[in-house]
Design a protein around this ligand. Structure first.
Ligand SMILES: Cc1ncc(COP(=O)(O)O)c(C=O)c1O
Length: 397
């Protein structure tokens, strides 16, 4: 048996030889365009570039309207405000997600109520969502987490029956489609992030999409200190609705330009990652290894990442195994989101946490291979070899 790289052996592949997408993507043509934009002075305040990107992004995701903002946390906050969430209302959030999903609820004075996730997709369980509903529930936030989409059909069905608005957190799902229609266009509002790790990135940035004109106006007012995009040019400004707290969460033209350029490349990248993901299924032939399933009707999913789940009875702690696999030259993450409902901020207040055992398990036993490591299917045999090597030597970890 060969010696593990973490014990002084030779890695399966030199990390410098592992082919990855250079991230963030840069090119000289975009640099020239940025220069022109800079010289134009049209940088902010609903700039032409921003509007162009909003239109392109909305179209790609089959939505009517888009509102570009500073990041994918304030998009969630503005979305909750646009949906009329008030202090004391309850918003259902999955037990496993990035903290921003729950923080946005906190920012508007509402109460995040945590419901567990599904074993296969790692996204909000429709059954757990249904059980968490009370007369105070106003919104549910299914998160399309890592490499999967939440069961939108069931979640929307339950939400409609209880008059609850659906806010899709699509921070991980740029370009994803559910039954052929864009992520974020199924619920009342879809919220996306363009932070540096995302499959479309401008360093920071975010966008909301919707098919409802009134919601798009409330979103716009919430991020643009109360101004409306619907006021006729030159007319007196209409006052924002009294229940809306308005901020300066505006985006800029420069990130919009970067995103517009990258959006053109997204379908080809998704196709490459789809091939990679199909080849990666081989990993499931190794005992105790399972891949996150992409969601029943997701085609394609957005390929922000794929979660790899290790059976603790065979592998022990997944973090230890992931660190060993990383040492073999494979760019897997060695940490993961913990279950958000256990965060001190939420536990020290009197939220109704009944516990989310699947979220707890996945917080411990799942880890990611991110999109930048998923562009070249010829890397898959090295991944498989590294997993087998660590599996065979697992007693030494
Ligand atoms: C699921 C999820 N929602 C929301 C956000 C917030 O996005 P941002 O970092 O752009 O504020 C993130 C960020 O990574 C996320 O992963």
């Amino acid at each position: 048996m060969s010696v593990l790289a973490c014990k002084g052996g030779t890695p399966v592949i030199d990390p410098k030889e592992y082919k990855r997408a250079p991230w963030p993507p840069v090119d000289m043509e975009t640099a020239e365009m940025l220069k022109d934009l800079y010289l134009s002075g049209k940088w902010s305040f609903n700039s032409e570039m921003e509007q162009k990107f909003e239109q392109e992004f909305a179209e790609y995701h089959n939505a009517e309207y888009a509102v570009f903002m500073a990041n994918g946390t304030v998009t969630l906050e503005c979305a909750l405000q646009a949906l009329g969430v008030r202090p004391g209302d309850e918003v259902i959030v999955p037990g496993l997600t990035w903290i921003a999903t729950a923080m946005a609820v906190h920012y508007v004075g509402a109460i995040p109520v945590f419901a567990d996730i599904e074993e296969d997709t790692l996204c909000l369980s429709p059954e757990a969502f249904e059980k968490a509903i009370t007369p105070k529930t106003r919104v549910v936030i299914p998160v399309h987490l890592y490499g999967s989409m939440a069961n939108l059909d069931r979640i929307i069905e339950i939400a409609d029956a209880h008059n609850i608005a659906v806010l899709e957190d699509c921070a991980h799902m740029q370009g994803g489609k559910w039954r052929g229609k864009g992520a974020g266009s199924w619920g009342a509002i879809g919220s996306f992030s363009f932070q540096q790790s995302k499959t479309l990135t401008s360093g920071e940035g975010g966008i909301c999409i919707t098919n409802d004109l009134e919601l798009s106006d409330r979103l716009y007012r919430a991020k643009h200190i109360g101004y409306s995009r619907l006021d006729p040019q030159g007319a007196a400004k209409s006052a924002p609705p009294a229940d809306l707290i308005c901020h300066n969460y505006r985006g800029l033209a420069f990130p919009a330009l970067l995103l517009s350029r990258q959006l053109k490349e997204l379908p080809a990248r998704i196709e490459r990652m789809k091939k990679f993901a199909a080849a990666l299924k081989e990993l499931e032939n190794i005992p105790g290894v399972r891949l996150q399933s992409p969601g029943k009707e997701a085609s394609p999913q957005g390929y922000y990442a794929i979660e790899i789940i290790l059976d603790p009875a065979i592998w022990g702690k997944a973090r230890t195994a992931a660190a060993a696999i990383h040492s073999e030259g494979i760019p897997v993450a060695t940490g993961n989101y913990g279950p958000v409902y256990k965060h001190m901020l939420f536990n020290c207040r009197n939220f109704r946490n009944t516990g989310c055992p699947v979220s707890d398990f996945m917080g411990e036993q799942a880890f990611s291979l991110s999109h930048t490591g998923m562009e070249y299917p010829e890397m898959v045999p090295f991944i498989e070899k590294a997993f087998r090597k660590v599996y065979e030597n697992r007693e030494e970890l």
